[in-house]
Design a protein around this ligand. Structure first.
Ligand code: UDP
Ligand code: MG
Length: 326
């Protein structure tokens, strides 16, 4: 019987500064996993079009006997695409772990992932933020909360609040993810969508060790809209409900105006209230149209059926027993 295999999938975007430290930590964790669970541990790195020398650094690194796959995108396609590429590449392993390169996903937790996976037989073990740090920024925390609240209105499956990409997924979970045809892949939603048995472990994410997050508030807003348009039509329904509410209110207002006309003739009515109403409804309509446009735009983009990413390089280094370990 051959040992079970585990691939650690890491998307890398301009992380050169922190990579040496990451590779160090990974190496010792991989050794511990191999020793404790008799797993064959390999790595899959996806360079998401970095403009620094992340890829060269990875390529020059001595991984010893571990098998390593190095993918490089032709440009920056985003983390979701990078994770998808990693999962596509992990087609022969028993399980994969998805983790960030900035050590905000402490590699030590992988030991717990593997333990839960092997002892309980669940299909995915994910880390969730037990508490959102204040250092994370109010903005980000508020977005996250609004996001999970809205998206979970509509669904027959759950996207656990605070669950991120840091997780272990087994073979059939990966097969399911690979079978999804959309090119715009919001992974945090897809994990929930595919179903299976999943279990969560609490995590208090440490701050980045170096560099800075590439997700600013504008990007988070865009991602939130993206997630909505791929996973729920609740916003469209809310638009319709708002329309109904406004219609009812204006009927009420109409009745009020008629009553005023007959019972209190000669009371002057102001132009200001008319202007306020016009601009209010103008604004509402723009918001609704814009939102509708988001959904239509998403449909147009998906209809093109473009691949989620393009590879520039695909380097495989098979771990050879007896090869020098650095
Ligand atoms: N990342 C990526 N492509 C991008 C942006 C980020 O592959 O366009 C990677 C990045 O290298 C890191 C992970 O995704 O490994 C998380 O990125 P980041 O730390 O910037 O996000 P945050 O922790 O703020 O959510
Ligand atoms: Mg990070």
């Amino acid at each position: 019987m051959t040992a079970k295999t585990l691939s650690i999938i890491i998307p890398v975007y301009n992380e050169a500064e922190g990579l040496p430290h990451l590779l160090d930590r990974l190496n010792s964790i991989a050794d511990r996993i191999s020793a404790e669970f008799a797993l064959d541990v390999g790595y899959i790195f996806i360079d998401d079009g970095s403009s620094d020398d992340s890829f060269a650094l990875l390529n020059a690194h001595d991984f010893g006997t571990r098998s390593v796959r190095l993918l490089q995108f032709s440009r920056n396609f985003g983390k979701e695409a990078a994770l998808s590429a990693g999962i596509d590449a992990a087609d022969s392993t028993d399980a994969a772990v998805l983790m960030d390169a900035d050590l905000q996903h402490p590699p030590e937790l992988i030991l717990d992932f593997v333990r839960v996976w092997l002892t309980t037989g669940v299909d995915s073990v994910y880390a969730y933020k037990a508490s959102r740090r204040s250092s994370e920024g109010l903005m980000k925390a508020a977005f996250a909360r609004l996001f999970f609240w809205t998206i979970n209105r509509d669904l027959r499956y759950e996207i656990p609040p605070g669950a991120g990409d840091f997780r272990l997924i087994n073979r059939r979970f990966m097969t399911a993810l690979r079978s999804l045809p959309e090119s715009d892949r919001f992974m945090k939603g897809l994990y929930g969508w595919v179903g299976f048995r999943q279990s969560g472990l609490p995590l208090d994410p440490p701050p980045r060790t170096s560099g800075r997050s590439s997700f600013n508030p504008l990007r988070l807003l865009t991602m939130t809209l993206d997630a909505f348009t791929s996973f729920t039509t609740t916003p469209l329904r809310l638009m319709a409900l708002a329309g109904i509410a406004i219609a009812v209110l204006s009927i009420g207002y109409g009745i009020y105006v008629v009553i005023q006309h007959f019972f209190f003739p000669g009371v002057p009515t102001g132009i200001a209230s008319v202007l306020a109403l016009i601009s209010f409804f103008g604004g509402m309509q723009m918001i609704f149209l814009g939102l509708l446009g988001e959904y239509v735009g998403k449909a147009v983009l998906e209809a093109k059926k473009r691949p989620p990413y393009i590879l520039a390089e695909d380097i495989s280094r098979k771990g050879e027993p007896g090869a020098d370990r650095g």
